[in-house]
Design a protein around this ligand. Structure first.
Ligand SMILES: [Zn+2]
Length: 44
């Protein structure tokens, strides 16, 4: 089965913040399921 890596990522659904529902920019994998703002809130 041949699958281009670009197609794989393009088919991935965009992450959504579980706290506020904002779209998450996937810059850091450590973000998990929360957006930047919510991440700061929980980052104690
Ligand atoms: Zn959020």
């Amino acid at each position: 089965m041949i699958m281009k890596i670009n197609d794989f990522f393009r088919n991935l659904p965009k992450k959504q913040c579980k706290e506020c529902g904002n779209e998450i920019e996937e810059q850091h994998e450590c973000y998990g399921n929360t957006c930047d703002e919510c991440q700061h809130v929980t980052d104690i």
